[in-house]
Write a protein that binds this ligand. Structure first.
Ligand code: AMP
Ligand code: ZN
Ligand code: FE
Ligand code: FE
Length: 286
């Protein structure tokens, strides 16, 4: 076992394709000490992963990736050691998924206006379970299967990505509200893939507001970004995290990146846990 931790992975509970148990198995095979489950706006996959982690001797960090937006730009905030068993916390995430559902509906409406015979029902049929936590990758998958585009990437480039023909982004909670939600629940707030935003003024603003950490290692942070955010983290005393953003397999390839391909040192997990314990102690009045 090495001392690495992949702190950003998705499962079937959102837009990944693997079960939580499979993510933990891949972490074990990669020799990782720890893996976090960070599904979009949902914590439904965590319990299964924790169980698998116990069986296989991999530390599982409970997490979530909250979708927020600032000036029309999606900003993702990771929450670690959040109270995933709390009904109140689950309920606040379920509120956030209502915006996601509305966004999906509007995007599919746009696709129909563009002449594609795709329906909300088709896309939602792709997903099992009572809580269909659908994301853009599911819409892209449906478009590929129907032959409307040749690849998931083409679906994003032409239609679903920012500025695409079917792109819609209704107002969401602000990144500041996402940070509040995470911290007030006793979790630790980390800015996901800062290299994607092209807006370090905002990154600094969110650090001042209350971020606890920043995702330094991520497939979408290039070398210059890694350098820049490491320095910024040092300067501001932030926890430096990293993760692959693994989303399972699509078209026989790891979607986004292979689990374990971007990681943080395990000491980041220790710091995340310490901060969460300190915060939870304060919350419960100990
Ligand atoms: P959603 O949460 O529904 O907005 O979808 C976000 C997910 O879509 C991300 O986690 C990525 O997996 C994927 N995604 C977003 N933008 C792109 C892009 N430009 N190209 C490929 N995949 C993307
Ligand atoms: Zn995703
Ligand atoms: Fe993200
Ligand atoms: Fe992600």
């Amino acid at each position: 076992m090495n001392h690495r931790a992949d702190l950003h992975t998705h499962t079937k509970a959102s837009d990944g394709t693997c079960t939580p148990r499979e993510n933990v198995r891949l972490a074990k095979e990669a020799g990782l000490a720890a893996v976090a489950i960070t599904d979009h706006d949902i914590v439904a996959g965590i319990a299964e992963a924790v169980e698998a982690g116990r069986e296989w001797g991999v530390e599982v960090v409970p997490g979530v990736e909250i979708s927020s937006s600032a000036d029309g730009q999606d900003i993702h905030v990771l929450g670690y050691f959040i109270p995933y068993q709390s009904e109140a916390f689950q309920e606040s995430l379920s509120e956030l998924r209502k915006t996601r559902f509305e966004r999906n509906r509007l995007m599919i409406e746009r696709l129909q206006e563009l002449g594609f015979a795709i329906t909300l029902e088709d896309v939602y049929r792709r997903k099992q379970g009572a809580d269909k936590n659908i994301g853009r990758p599911h819409i892209a998958e449906e478009m590929v299967e129907r032959g409307y585009v040749a690849s998931m990437q083409e679906a994003f480039d032409k239609y679903l990505g920012k500025g695409g023909l079917a792109y819609v982004n209704p107002p969401r909670i602000s990144p500041q509200q996402a940070i509040d939600l995470i911290r007030q629940s006793g979790g630790v707030a980390v800015l996901a893939h800062p290299g994607l935003y092209g807006n370090d003024v905002l990154v600094r603003e969110l650090i001042r507001y209350g971020l606890d950490g920043i995702e330094v290692w991520h497939p979408d942070n290039d070398e210059a970004a890694v350098d820049r955010y490491r320095k910024l983290a040092d300067e501001c005393g932030l926890i430096q995290t990293g993760g692959s953003d693994f989303h399972g397999w699509r078209g026989g390839e790891p979607y986004h990146a292979m689990l374990g391909s971007s990681t943080a040192d395990h000491s980041a997990v220790v710091r995340l846990r310490q901060l969460a314990e300190q915060r939870q102690g304060t919350l419960s009045g100990d």
